[in-house]
Design a protein around this ligand. Structure first.
Ligand code: PFF
Length: 457
């Protein structure tokens, strides 16, 4: 463990951790949820959930990871002798691995759409709008094909593999420092371009003018669930990354920075998507197909008389998705890799390879469940849906509850306060509120999310 490397710079650390958080959850899932739940009202509730639940949970994971300075599974073993609590870390590793198996499938789609966008230049000065029907057909035939999505899964996994195998500093940190700034530049260019779309006024009003008559209990539950997924909570990622933080890192400040970047990206993604959606006259609650069915057609026509602008925007948008997805996937990849290499004393190369191969094998099965294996169903869910349901409705929530209760009630107080105050550098009174929320608020809220996920409320 002595030759274990930490992140080399604060910037690299923040960008890598924000890279884990920023992903499909921000660019795909957040606008869908915001669209379905009334736009501005959802965004306000979401920000409250991030502060009251997200940030305390991020800090809790950071505290466990940094104080143990080892992978998630070993971290809990180091911090407690209780047989029960020691399983929390293993559950995180398992959840991370399971999420990776289906996350890589959608990651592959983003790559395919990027290639498709590049290969669809306008002809002369004409916009070659293929229309919504074409994209619905494309999506269905692409995802149900046996080979193309499989190849995309493979390529994406290889990208992640080559970053992870290089280790924390020359792999994760170096690539995050390259990819995250590119992602921000793309976001800014796309946001600015969306102001020029014909539906800009309507789209922005939908996003920023709250209508509290739309506020229901399910808006709050949806915002809580979204915060969990988007901030990468309870999957071992934050805990694993924090094990590479130095002792001088201020955990609370880092949690605010990561959550702030994550929320900003989600809102910027909505600023890009909704003007486009309103320009094309599509309902903002079009659902998960928004990014893969509605948007390609929308981008084709977004700039009417300037087909090359539409062409450039759609390439940039899908490149943005690829970057965001890749930085999240590598953080998921790191969780089981660190576990195998440290707990089973394997070389990093061997550990990474085992994770990559196992995820490809299971990921391909998840991918095939959109086509040849579509009929394999349990409780009306295909294999992909089962992975999604088990991880996001059950494992995530159980993991989140365990982490909250462990850090709030069980972890050694002195050790926890040392972490929260960064060994005396931050006054305790400034961080106590986090402990209160972890003890008294988060467990109750997580129980609500769980009950709603399994359909009991
Ligand atoms: N937070 C990522 C997103 O919003 O897409 C997804 C994710 C990454 C979930 C890493 C979990 C994780 F450990």
């Amino acid at each position: 463990m002595e030759n274990r490397k930490d992140f080399a710079s604060k910037l690299g650390m923040v960008l890598a951790t924000a890279g884990s958080a920023v992903g499909l959850g921000n660019i795909w899932r957040f606008p869908v949820e915001a669209g379905a739940m009334g736009g501005a009202t959802f965004i306000l509730i979401y920000i409250l959930c991030v502060v009251a639940l997200g940030i305390p949970l991020i800090v809790a994971e950071f505290a466990v990871g940094r104080s143990a300075h080892t992978n998630t599974a070993a971290a809990f073993e180091r911090l407690t002798t209780s047989r029960f609590w020691r399983q929390t870390g293993r559950l995180g590793v398992l959840t991370g691995w399971i999420i990776m198996c289906y996350y890589v499938v959608v990651s592959g789609w983003t790559l395919a759409y990027l290639v498709k966008a590049i290969m669809s230049p306008p002809i002369g000065s004409e916009t070659v709008a293929k229309g919504g029907g074409y994209w619905q057909e494309f999506f269905t035939s692409f995802t149900s094909d046996a080979w193309l999505p499989t190849i995309c899964v493979l390529v994406f996994m290889l990208l992640s593999h080559f970053i992870i195998v290089r280790g924390v500093q020359s792999g994760i940190e170096k690539f995050s420092k390259l990819m995250m700034p590119m992602l921000f530049v793309l976001l800014i260019v796309l946001c600015v371009s969306s102001f020029f779309m014909s539906g800009a006024r309507e789209g922005l009003a939908f996003l920023f003018r709250p209508d509290f008559s739309q506020l229901t209990f399910s808006t709050i539950l949806a915002a809580l669930g979204q915060a969990f997924f988007s901030l990468s909570i309870a999957m071992g990622c934050l805990c694993t990354y924090a094990s590479y933080f130095s002792r001088s890192t201020n955990l609370t400040r880092t949690a605010f920075q990561v959550a702030g970047i994550d929320t900003l990206v989600a809102i910027m993604a909505s600023i890009i998507i909704f003007p486009a959606v309103f320009s094309a006259g599509i309902q903002p609650d079009a659902g998960p197909s928004l990014v893969f069915v509605a948007l390609p057609g929308v981008f084709e026509e977004a700039f009417g008389a300037w087909p090359w602008a539409s062409y450039a925007v759609s390439i940039m948008f899908y490149f943005l998705l690829v970057l965001a997805t890749l930085t999240s996937l590598i953080s998921l990849h790191e969780v089981p890799t660190a576990f195998l290499s440290e707990d089973f004393h394997m070389s990093r190369r061997k550990a990474t390879t085992i994770v990559s191969v196992s995820v490809v094998l299971v990921g391909v099965v998840c991918s095939l469940s959109w086509g040849p294996l579509a009929d394999v169903k349990l409780f009306d869910l295909n294999i992909f849906g089962m992975f999604d349901w088990v991880s996001s409705q059950i494992l995530l929530v159980v993991g989140g509850a365990l982490i909250t209760c462990f850090v709030g009630w069980k972890m050694d107080r002195a050790q926890l306060y040392n972490e929260l105050t960064s060994y005396g550098q931050v006054p305790l009174r400034r961080v106590r509120w986090i402990v209160y929320l972890l003890r008294w608020f988060a467990p109750f809220v997580i129980l609500l999310i769980f009950l709603s996920g399994i359909g009991l409320i």
